[in-house]
Design a protein around this ligand. Sequence first.
Ligand code: GLC
Length: 731
Amino acid sequence: MGLEMRLGSPKAYLAAAIGAAVTLFVVSEAMSRSDDKAHDIVTQMTLDEKIRLVHGVMPLPFGPAVTLPADVLPSAGYIEGIPHLGIPALRETDASLGVAYVMGLRHDGATALPSGLASAAGWNPQSTYEAGAMIGREAWRKGFNVLLAGGANLTRDPRNGRNFEYLGEDPLLAGTLAGAAMRGIQAQHVISTLKHFALNNQETGRHDLNVRIEEAAARESDLLAFEIALEAGHPGAVMCSYNRVNGPYACDNDWLLNRVLKTDWHFPGWVMSDWGAVPGIDAALHGLDQQSGEQLDKEIYFGALLKQKAQSDPIWLRRLDDMALRIVYSMQEIGIDAYPPQISAIDFAADAAIAQRVAEEGIVLLSNPRNLLPLAAKAQNIAIIGGHADIGVISGGGSSQVAPPGGPAATIPLGGLTQLEAFFHTALYMPSSPLAAIRSRNPHAHFAYDSGEYVSAAAALAKRSDLVILFATKWMGEGVDAPDLTLPGGQDALIDAVTKANPNTIIVLETGGPVLMPWLNQAGAVLEAWYPGARGGEAIARVLFGDVDAAGHLPMTFPVSEAQLPNREMPGAGLTEGTGFDVSYPEGSNVGYRWFAAQDVKPLFAFGHGLSYTQFRFGGLALARGRKLTASFTVTNTGAREGIAVPQLYLLQAPQGTRQRLVGWERLALKPGESRTVTVAIDQRLLADWSQERHGWSIKPGRYAFALGMSAQMPVGSSSDVILAGRVLPP
Ligand code: GLC
């Protein structure tokens, strides 16, 4: 894909000229953009000032010591500014779930959003926008002007340790929500960062793996999520990922960065590397604009070495100009120069309320066969078991880890050989106790708590209780994947014994993705609460008691077993670090539910699944061809309680045959008996194939059949089809 350039040989110069042609095309496009101010500033820069902008350090005690201004606090990144030109230093913090606490090196506390999967399970762009605005505001008030937030990788493999940071398996859902979050962040004059570009879908061997994927498969799935996020969020920066894509590293990938991102998608901002992801100086020619956390790389490529290249070769100088222009352009577009951060007080109560609302909207009622839920406050002897529910709720590990003001309720070390690994592998509990929240909702009942450490004791308590609420946790984190989909630590045996001892047992899952449920038929009800964030306990209680409807819908498929996955074994598992390996995706662009549909396989719980405390009817699906293809349909609350409906519109059949793709959805609050008709516009890329030869989207002429669903497995009656003429859409 990318031009492999080894400058120095004649062949290389030819390749360099070709590569430079692409780069020049990109530079010329970038330079031609209307933003003259950025252009004027860059033309005033000295060579050293341009170099200053394109590489930065990680202000943390890792790698070679670096000297920094006194006001640079422990955080992810720092890039010097150019004060006489009004260019502020870039002060970068992690990340998508709030201002990270950086291995405990920061003690100021921040509001922890629920996991990305919890946000995605809410299917609510407005809430995701508000969540982004909240963490953007906190970052700004802590002195940061770049938030490395905007994770939009598809959850291709449910074992991926970082799925909790992401927004599910569907490109439309993930891209739309990532865009909303980034818009919210940037409205606070803080630059957001779409990441990790691209195809960084597992942690196992993330520095060593090479994803082998056809361009069309990538364009119709992972890249489409990023493309939609870019259009919806206009992030100032994109972070390229550690892995290789079809050979070259993502941060040194001419096809990914110069062709797809900057040429096809017209991305005007800058590409920063992930920390320690720069393989060499040529990455600059292949589209990388900034070396991040430089002390983690083998060399500071974008410092003296780049300066030397720029001094001796006009092609490199033009590239450097474009690198600087892109950074200054984003700074001005988002206003970090005009609205510099002000260290100021944060309303943590108001921010926690936002986190709680996002958590409530994302809690998924998976099963409720005997209508145990919502809880009527009549049970007198209630047992709360497991999950450290007496102290709080679990969260995911790694660079995105947030710790609340006043510190965590508990941190449980999970082990690691290095300081960084040990930090990443820590289970941090937010001080929001489900037990306390449930107790406050039902003060007259008698409560007992059992840690679940001894199955016999837990089962005995369950036996003598009216009702049992059992919390099960599965920690996941950056740098490591789950070896399988089981609940760890003997929790399945615990659940089996407790549900046998008392069928009135509600299971509340706090997990970083799908888990297997061998005990499902014994459970009185099952809720997926994900990592529910700063006020997760309160959110869980409110859904349990029906103060709010169970409104969540799965953003990713829960398989019956790993045997249903395209890659049954995690690619690269067991290889020693540094051993390169290929990862191929048999599913191609059929990620998640698309794969289950193509294979005609039934999962444990389908993408889009989520029960409500009321009932809905969907009907009257009608498609209309106009300037855009639209679909309208009616949703009615046929139950006795107010509830939230999330009707999903799927393409089911295309001229190519069975092809399930989410093409639209709505989220509606409806009172009993209330009906509403909604119209959704269908993004035609979702009906198309990526055409290699035309280098664009191609819609095959013929019949396209659609259906409404309460999940990917539940088309509810109303279906409709339309005959489309063939057409080619521009890239
Ligand atoms: C990491 C992560 C990235 C994070 C960066 C800075 O290794 O991959 O998401 O923003 O380093 O901490």
